[in-house]
Write a protein that binds this ligand. Structure first.
Ligand code: FNR
Length: 375
């Protein structure tokens, strides 16, 4: 089968590009403005240099690690992505199932197209996280937090790099805006994928995460998720309201990492939103070491942006991350083949990661250090 022949995430991307309407593919693949940050994330990983240890026999390396007090199968998390049912009708629940089956966490987005309850039902044993966009609508924030609590989610991820929406030019040109204003070209392109649309129409209408009874259209909801007034007070409120683990996503400065830990966060996600928000930031890999140094060894530090290969996971861990989040890599799999495509993406990343440890002469994730990778 086509998926089995895909050997790399890049192969899955090519299949996804052929099987998905262009506006949808470009929504996933694209980034803000001139897409410099997105390219820089990938380039940083490609410039990482691996230095192996000699004569260490490694038959069956232990890929697992401990994150937020729980053991996970490898240092990888499926990160939050909005509107995932637009990429494939199976959407979030497919991603959650693959994550649970393989022992890694999955973070449902506030603007996900399935509810927290849908995810709980699909993956009752999964390590399910909820990604929160906070607005100045306090009852809405409370409702979102409660929905994650009621669905038994253990970890909350507060995303803080969306004061306003990044300018994603491809989406604007494709008419993938809110509200949608499809151009003739986009409409014609979408009509080339009748099967894709048939599947979409045959499945339930898209619902926003936990917002079934929220008044207003989907468009209103998404519009309200970007909030220029987000401040420290909101983090303090959330720390009070949320009894579980709390991560802050969107940190690029050592001082900010220290500040949010001081306000009660349990850890940080070093992230530039995959280059989809502010363009021309540093890559996440290049700021990682300074952030790790600022918070010390005991605070969980995760990283995302540009992970396309198992070697990228190894590089990030060696340079100070406890784990990485993946966005586009699993979405390419989802577009290429639904749940099986997501499985394939994970299998590719895991095999690449395992081979990297073995060729480095390391028998466990815990052995990766700055002695094995430099930029
Ligand atoms: C995202 N990202 C994201 N982040 C978030 O906190 N909430 C969200 O709803 C979304 N939505 C979203 C949609 C799509 C299509 C993409 C590609 C990304 C950002 C995501 O969590 C993560 O930070 C980046 O995707 C990491 O970069 P890579 O792995 O895609 O290069």
């Amino acid at each position: 089968r086509r998926l089995a022949r895909a050997l790399t995430i890049e192969d899955l991307r090519r299949i996804g590009r052929r099987t998905t309407p262009r506006a949808v593919f470009e929504y996933v693949d694209g980034a803000a403005d001139r897409e410099r940050t997105a390219a820089r994330n990938v380039a940083a990983f490609e410039s990482a240099v691996f230095v192996p240890e000699a004569l260490n026999p490694v038959r069956d390396p232990d890929l697992s690690t401990t994150l937020l007090g729980r053991k996970i199968a490898l240092p990888l998390v499926f990160g939050p992505t909005g509107y995932t049912r637009m990429m494939h009708h199976e959407g979030e629940v497919a991603v959650a199932r693959v994550a649970a089956r393989n022992g890694i966490p999955y973070a449902l987005s506030t603007v996900g197209s399935s509810t927290a309850e849908d995810v709980r039902r699909a993956a009752p044993d999964g390590d399910n996280w909820f990604q929160l966009y906070m607005t100045n609508d306090k009852p809405l924030n409370r409702k979102l937090v409660d929905s994650a609590l009621n669905a038994g989610f253990g970890t909350m991820v507060l995303t803080i790099d969306t004061a306003v929406a990044g300018r994603r030019l491809k989406d604007v040109r494709n008419g993938l805006t809110i509200p949608p204003t499809l151009s003739l070209r986009t409409f014609l392109d979408m009509s080339r994928f009748p099967y894709w649309w048939f599947k979409k129409l045959m499945t339930e209408p898209i619902r926003f995460a936990s917002l079934e009874d929220f008044p207003g259209s989907s468009a209103d909801v998404a519009q309200r998720m970007f909030d220029p007034s987000l401040s420290e007070e909101d983090l303090v409120w959330l720390r009070e309201a949320w009894p579980g683990k709390l991560l802050v996503k969107g940190i690029l400065r050592p001082g900010d990492a220290k500040r949010v830990i001081g306000l009660g966060a349990d850890g940080v996600v070093v992230s530039n939103h995959g280059g989809r928000q502010l363009d021309r930031t540093p890559s996440t890999l290049e700021v990682l070491a300074s952030i790790r140094a600022a918070v010390g060894d005991d605070v969980p530090v995760l990283l995302d942006g540009g992970v396309r290969h198992g070697q990228d996971i190894a590089a990030a861990v060696a340079l100070g991350a406890d784990a990485v989040l993946s966005g586009r890599a699993y979405l390419y799999g989802l577009m290429a083949g639904g749940e099986r495509g997501v499985s394939r993406a994970l299998q590719i990343l895991r095999e690449q990661y395992q081979r990297t440890l073995q060729l480095l002469g390391l028998d466990a994730t815990a052995k990766l250090s700055g002695a094995h990778v430099h930029l």
